[in-house]
Design a protein around this ligand. Structure first.
Ligand code: CA
Ligand code: CA
Length: 358
């Protein structure tokens, strides 16, 4: 019995060392520290307005990540089973086109009326009545694995984001835990059928929008809690500057509003009280090794928030669901005819709220 004690403790010590070895040397991440937003006047009070949404298409839309309305008033969204569905003005839903994919993300409408779709496996796709065409699948010889959001300029150029060249859509939270810049902003030029890298080394670039005058792009760096401007015209052409920072959540998709402001879906990236994980390298190693811990730390399923940011970068309005009772993981907000349409990766409907107080 006495001889068993040192043998047992030796065995336990060996197990513990093997566990540590596994966590540190076979980790999927090589982490850096992450700075979380600091409470400020940017953090408008909680109003739980997103608990009052009208639910569109409830039960038939699994994870409608993005939403857009075309000139005729048809509303489009792409859902997890690969269907692009559209809502007619008379209130009926149509299964419009299907793509063999569970990873359709951002969508936009092109001038010619086609839908441009980001797919986190195949790249940038064009979907029209004629079918599906791959516009961009490679850049500089590398596969585009995680296209996220796209916007078309009036000259036909498409600007789109790749949040991470290291992690895919289903491992996106590992990119947050790693907190190193693996993202790109890309441009697809249809006249040359060519894709190029505009910016590299970005911190999870997600939503992309154009200003009303198309003089700059705004793109969101999710785990930097900020959106940046990339100038397309004028004497700052090619330069990048901060549009809005220290947002009260990680910005996902962004859409231009009719008044020139922007609507941004904000993600609660960390569960309340678990922020310390992002400021401790060893905690990051530990969490990244266990998918259940990753899910526990990730806060996106517990809250929803959208903000309106004026063209000068000031946050003017905020709607939220502070405990995720009706909506959580709201990724997108699109304004159309005085209503806001809300996409989410964790609902089975699109939320709709009136913007004018009657
Ligand atoms: Ca979009
Ligand atoms: Ca997105």
């Amino acid at each position: 019995m006495k001889r068993c004690v040192p043998a047992c403790s030796g065995f336990l010590l060996a197990c513990f060392l093997a566990f540590l070895f596994q966590i540190f040397f076979f980790s999927p991440i090589s982490p850096d520290l992450l700075l979380l937003p600091t409470p400020s006047s940017n953090f408008l009070p909680t109003n739980n307005k997103l608990q009052e949404v009208i639910k569109l298409g409830e039960g038939i839309l699994q994870g409608p990540e993005d939403v857009i309305v075309d000139r005729e008033g048809l509303l489009y969204t792409a859902v997890r089973d690969g269907w692009i569905k559209r809502l007619h003005k008379n209130g009926s839903w149509e299964n419009w086109k299907r793509i063999e994919s569970d990873s359709l993300l951002g969508i936009t409408i092109s001038k010619e009326g086609a839908l441009v779709v980001c797919d986190a496996e195949m790249g940038l796709l064009k979907v029209s009545e004629d079918g599906v065409t791959v516009l961009a699948s490679h850049v500089n010889g590398s596969e585009i694995r995680f296209a996220d959001e796209v916007i078309e300029a009036s000259d036909g150029n498409l600007y789109f984001s790749v949040p991470s060249t290291k992690f895919g859509l289903h491992d996106w939270y590992l990119d947050v835990l790693e907190a190193r810049p693996h993202g790109q902003l890309l441009k697809y030029d249809p006249s040359l059928n060519e894709t190029s890298i505009l910016l590299d080394g970005l911190c999870f670039p997600n939503g992309v929008a154009l200003s009303r005058e198309e003089d700059f792009l705004v793109f969101c760096e999710t785990w930097k809690f900020r959106c940046l401007k990339f100038w397309l015209k004028g004497n700052k052409k090619g330069k990048t500057e901060i549009f809005v920072e220290n947002l009260p959540g990680g910005p996902d998709n962004i859409n231009l509003a009719p008044d020139g402001s922007f609507w941004i879906g904000l993600l609660q990236l960390v569960q309340d009280k678990l922020g310390f994980v992002h400021t401790s390298i060893s905690s990051k190693y530990l969490v990244a090794s266990f998918p259940k811990l990753v899910k526990l730390v990730n806060g996106v399923y517990g809250k929803a928030m959208v903000v309106n940011v004026a063209a000068d970068g000031k946050i003017t309005r905020k709607f939220d669901d502070a405990d995720g009772r009706v909506m959580s993981f709201v990724t997108s907000a699109f304004e159309y005819e005085d209503h806001l349409y809300l996409g989410s990766l964790n609902t089975n409907f699109i939320g709709k709220i009136p913007l004018k107080v009657t």
